[in-house]
Design a protein around this ligand. Structure first.
Ligand code: SAM
Length: 212
């Protein structure tokens, strides 16, 4: 992602009531934070937040948390939240490598990973958000029948992810190499910013849904 350093974005985020400072204080208490018993779904690496803000508007009965490590894109998601007054959506400026610090066992209902950074060098494989190291973390925070949904146009990252799933003891519920031409998986699909961009270039979009 091309990142412009937007002046003051860190300060704006610190002041925003929609971005949670010190999220570790809510570990095991996220439903209390939302003030209801609704399921909690998260997107890791949400970028500018088009996907998660659309989902949150479509499903007001679900709680959503968008996680993004860079302020310069996160502020765009905050703008959308304010503009549309999306009450069931909050944000964390946070590096997901430490995700176990902020969510407790079985606290999360669903995890979305969209167009995650590919980290093409072998020595960086552990940083890929679909690596077995990350799947181990998701295994802890996801509830028993929780799922991970992953979309990408990157062939190598998708192939790598398909290999990691069984290695981590997970299984594939559904998969496609061409989401936009797979009617049963396309139903209800919400496009992300990157999905819009790359599908417009003619890149097929790959998707997998996985569970333990
Ligand atoms: N999901 C969006 C989409 O599909 O349009 C953005 C995709 S962009 C290629 C990947 C985003 O994930 C970037 O904004 C990046 O900063 C964020 N990201 C990557 N690794 C992350 C991590 N470990 N924790 C939090 N955010 C991360």
């Amino acid at each position: 992602m091309r990142l412009r350093n937007i002046k003051g974005s860190r300060e704006m985020i610190a002041e925003s009531p929609y971005t949670i400072d010190n999220p570790a204080q809510y570990k095991g208490k996220w439903q209390e934070f939302f003030g209801n018993k609704a399921p909690i779904r998260i997107e890791v690496g949400m970028g500018k937040g088009k996907f998660i803000s659309t989902l949150a508007m479509q499903n007001p009965e679900v709680n959503y948390i968008g996680i993004e490590k860079y302020s310069s894109v996160l502020i765009r998601a905050i703008d959308k939240r304010i503009e549309k007054n999306i009450e069931n959506l909050y944000f964390l400026r946070f590096d997901a490598v430490d995700i176990l610090d902020i969510f407790d066992e079985g606290e999360i209902d669903r995890i979305y990973l969209n167009f995650s950074d590919p980290w093409p060098k072998d020595r960086h494989a552990k940083r890929r958000l679909t690596s077995k190291e990350y799947l181990k973390k998701y295994n802890i925070i996801l509830k028993k029948d929780g799922i991970v949904e992953f979309k990408t146009d990157n062939d190598d990252l998708f192939a790598f992810s398909l290999e990691e799933v069984p290695l981590a003891g997970w299984e594939i519920v559904a998969q496609t190499f061409d989401l936009h031409n797979t009617a049963e998986m396309m139903e209800g699909n919400v496009m992300t910013e990157y999905e819009k961009k790359f599908s417009a270039l003619g890149n097929p979009i790959h998707k997998m849904i996985i569970r333990r």
